[in-house]
Write a protein of this length. Structure first.
Length: 367
């Protein structure tokens, strides 16, 4: 029984940080020598990110210096409590924007939602974003809530698997899934190369879907293309747990990101995917649309090489990275939304990676 994605909504902060401004911030909080300043500039250029949103920006791009616009990062690194207060101040509204768009896109009333799944790895609060959405969207007080926390960039696919299970268990279930990530709250100070790379890539964003097993829970004839989730799968790569981590520290959450990640993922990816797709009675070559999480340019080029993908098949993944940066778990839903707008056809494979090293895959059809 497939899970039909009736509506998708995305949201990014209204204020944007150009990569040139981001480099200036990095020079101030990370670089300690002239050589590090030069190296920092090259690192930021290699990410291919042009701009990204941040909830922390206080003014528009043409109104004051970047230090005035982003005063959150001053002389001293903010503590974790201060960063979590910023999450509480901003996460709900960004999630609400994405969820409201998904409901509007689906033409399904908020009162029809039976299950709510929230996803985030960049903040903790209780009461959480789920209760904020229930109040602001006027969802039923009996809506069943589940939170997918701290799983990293692939977590929206884990959330969709949970939504799929709910729909299989109850064919009348209508699920609202919302992923919200405020990665800009966790910029690290000092010269730590792995964290410098993370600072250069990550950004803020939210994305939501409305889904059910029923092809037409409210509307007998959808006005736009929909996605149907057929199956999903997981893999943990042995002996790779030290290559990527996301840990709570005294000054926010710290990212460890080894340069060996693309090589390690590349070595394991092809045999696993071929075997998994064989179980779904599909050849790898039959997949005509790809939504690969853009952890960075290198992971995309590695996937393209080992899977023998034509350059155009990762156009949406590269475009989202360029336009918005890596928004962690929300990113894959941004890519799926762009693919849907293009009215693609054929099987679509979504692929994302996270600490473990782990990989998540989801097989969709366009309808």
């Amino acid at each position: 029984m497939p899970l039909i994605l009736h509506g998708i909504g995305t949201a990014v902060p209204s204020r944007r940080l150009s990569q040139a401004d981001a480099v200036q911030v990095a020079h101030r909080i990370n670089a300690e020598t002239p050589e590090q300043v030069r190296l920092m500039t090259r690192i930021y250029q290699k990410t291919k990110v042009l701009s990204r949103g941040s909830v922390l920006l206080e003014k528009d791009g043409d109104d004051g210096t970047i230090q005035e616009r982003l005063s959150f990062y001053g002389e001293e690194s903010p503590g974790t409590a201060e960063r979590m207060q910023a999450f509480e101040d901003h996460a709900g509204e960004l999630a609400l924007e994405a969820a409201a768009k998904a409901l509007s896109d689906s033409d399904i009333s908020a009162t029809a939602i039976t299950h709510l799944v929230t996803v985030s790895c960049t903040g903790f609060q209780s009461p959480g974003v789920d209760l904020f959405l229930i109040e602001k969207l006027d969802l039923s007080p009996s809506v069943q809530r589940t939170h997918i926390g701290f799983m990293g960039c692939h977590a929206a696919l884990n959330g969709l698997r949970v939504a799929h299970a709910f729909a299989e268990m109850d064919p009348k279930a209508v699920v609202l899934l919302c992923a919200v990530e405020l990665c800009s709250l966790h910029m690290a100070y000092g010269w730590h190369p792995e964290q410098v790379v993370a600072n250069a890539l990550f950004a803020d964003g939210a994305a939501a879907v409305v889904a059910s097993a029923d092809p037409s829970p409210v509307n007998p004839s959808p006005t736009h293309q929909t996605l149907a989730l057929r199956r999903s799968g997981s893999m943990v790569i042995p002996n790779s747990s030290d290559l990527m981590h996301w840990e709570i520290g005294d000054h926010g959450f710290a990212m460890g990101l080894s340069p060996l990640v693309p090589e390690t993922v590349g070595a394991a990816l092809l045999p696993w995917l071929r075997d998994w797709l064989k179980e779904q009675a599909i050849d790898l070559e039959a997949v005509t649309s790809w939504a690969v999480h853009p952890g960075g340019p290198k992971i995309l080029s590695t996937c393209a090489e080992v899977l023998s993908l034509e350059p155009g098949l990762l156009h949406e993944s590269r475009g989202i990275l360029q336009d918005h940066g890596n928004m962690s778990s929300a990113t894959i839903l941004f890519i799926l939304e762009r693919l849907r707008r293009r009215e693609c056809s054929g099987p679509c494979l979504a692929l994302a990676f996270g600490p473990g090293l782990s990989a998540e895959v989801a097989l969709f059809d366009f309808q």
